[in-house]
Design a protein around this ligand. Structure first.
Ligand code: UD1
Ligand code: MG
Length: 452
């Protein structure tokens, strides 16, 4: 892509999304742990587009905030009334008037479009086309605009379903909605678009005929249907999710991750993997997770906001919550929950344990059933466990508390005070024994029963 061409992307996100039946705006619904708007803005950035304008509905500060989170330099415009896609683009008139070579129009509810496809649209403009529309062959074209070509295969118009003739409706080559326009001519074309059509809307698609009357060529760039899937309801949202998951799994496997049953593993758009990671079946990974080289995630584990060091093993049935930081070769076993806590190299937390707001030193061993009592109903407190410490099973560590390096805590302890390094703390009832008591008790009770 010649970087000399200046591009502006206008992302349309003003749709009401009524079919989502949601209190949240459609474009903030998530696919692979990231809003649809974020996916589109990420693809725009990947395509080397320097200026971004987002068109939102009135009062949608949440959409504006999400746009600015991903593209801090983005301009935002409010489309007060929903009068059609060309009208929406013109909400960003000021940005278009500032001038660009490539004007790109994207829909925020079409989240799977890739940077490569946006580049392909731009390449058409660089070759001299006035407009490049993104097309796909729809399995069922109902509802889409159809791409009308002449005998030589040139794009001559896009006809919306409601305005199409019988013959035009039979065309399966459909409009994905994304378009690239010659930035120098775009504003003139857009302002000449009228609303004399079945819906009484200003159709962006009319730009094809306007460009051609101006003697400019209109091209079609092709995409796979899965890439241009538009999301209008939750069924389509789930379809988009499936496509996104498939892509993420393939990318992970291509980069050296083994998945025994990839179709049962769920990833996020931002999941990071090292090499030779093994992911067993039925693992769910939420946002903000990185997994180091040779780590193993056993079946049925759930990870979110966690860093897993090289060679660490997690699960089966483990839960890593936000702020879990596991160093190299740390082990977190079955039915263990780790939250906002660091587990240093080689430390083991193998069974039935809750570690929250804690720091566990290298090679420490946390026994089965250990609980860090980190919350008093109002505030959270930290537990510090030194390296090589040994926490006996079924212990409660009442934070704030420090267990020194190399210290032992006896099983079943409720530790409320700090334990010095290399000492033993036992905080439980002392064991007593009455010799022969059980036999005497049984005999006495049996005698009572016979009497009755
Ligand atoms: C549009 C295309 C159609 C294409 C289809 C692909 C037009 C006229 N038609 O139809 O050719 O096959 O997408 O999915 O462009 N929007 C606004 N403000 C508006 C209207 C729309 O922001 O006033 C936004 C929507 O939020 C959405 C996008 O533009 O992100 C598309 O609008 P939508 O009403 O879904 O267009 P379609 O009828 O699906
Ligand atoms: Mg639509």
């Amino acid at each position: 892509m010649p970087s000399s061409r200046k591009a502006l992307a206008i992302v349309l996100a003003a749709g009401e999304g009524t079919r989502m039946k949601s209190d949240a705006p459609k474009v903030l619904h998530q696919v692979a742990g990231r809003s649809m708007l974020a996916h589109v803005l990420t693809a725009v950035a990947e395509a080397g587009v320097e200026s971004v304008a987002v068109v939102l509905g009135p009062g949608r500060d949440d959409v504006r905030a999400e746009a600015l989170r991903l593209a801090p330099g983005a301009m935002t415009f409010v489309q007060a009334e929903r009068l059609g896609t060309a009208h929406a683009v013109l909400a960003a008139r000021e940005a278009i008037a500032a001038g660009c070579d490539d004007l790109l129009v994207l829909f925020a509810d079409t989240p799977l479009v890739t940077g490569a496809t946006i580049r392909a649209l731009r390449a058409g403009l660089a070759e001299g086309a006035g407009v490049v529309a993104l097309g796909f062959v729809a399995a069922d074209p109902f509802g889409y605009g159809r791409l009308i070509q002449d005998a030589a295969g040139r794009l001559v118009a896009i006809r919306e379903e409601k305005d199409a003739s019988e013959a035009e409706r039979a065309i399966r080559l459909s409009n994905a909605g994304l378009m690239a326009l010659d930035g120098a001519r775009a504003l003139d074309w857009l302002t000449r678009i009228g609303n004399a059509n079945a819906k009484g809307e200003y159709y962006l698609t009319d730009v094809i005929e306007l460009a051609r009357t101006d003697g400019r060529d209109a091209q079609v760039a092709l995409a796979a249907e899965t890439e241009v899937l538009g999301v209008n309801d939750r069924i389509q949202l789930a379809r988009a999710e499936a496509v996104a998951q498939d892509r993420l799994r393939r990318a992970a496997m291509a980069a050296g991750v083994t998945m025994i049953a990839p179709e049962t593993v769920f990833l996020c758009a931002d999941t990071l993997f090292g090499r030779d990671v093994l992911i067993e079946p039925h693992v769910v990974i939420g946002p903000g997770v990185s997994i180091g080289d040779k780590a193993v995630i056993h079946a049925f584990s759930h990870l979110e906001g966690a860093r897993v060091g090289a060679g660490a093993t997690i699960g089966p049935f483990a839960r890593l919550r936000p702020g879990a930081q596991l160093a190299e070769k740390a082990k977190v076993g079955n039915f263990v929950e780790i939250k906002n806590a660091s587990v240093a190299a080689g430390a083991k937390v193998n069974h039935l344990t809750y570690i929250g707001d804690a720091d566990i030193g290298a090679n420490a061993n946390i026994g089965a059933g250990t609980i860090t009592c980190n919350y008093d109903g109002f505030f959270k407190y930290r537990t510090e466990i030194g390296e090589n410490a040994f926490i006996g099973s079924n212990s409660a560590l009442v934070a704030p508390v420090k267990i020194g390096a190399g210290a032992y805590v006896g099983s079943g302890s409720v530790v409320t005070r700090d334990v010095a390094s290399d000492s033993l703390a036992v905080a439980r009832g002392r064991q007593m024994e009455k010799a022969g008591w059980a036999a005497a008790f049984r005999a006495a009770q049996a005698a009572k029963k016979t009497k009755k």
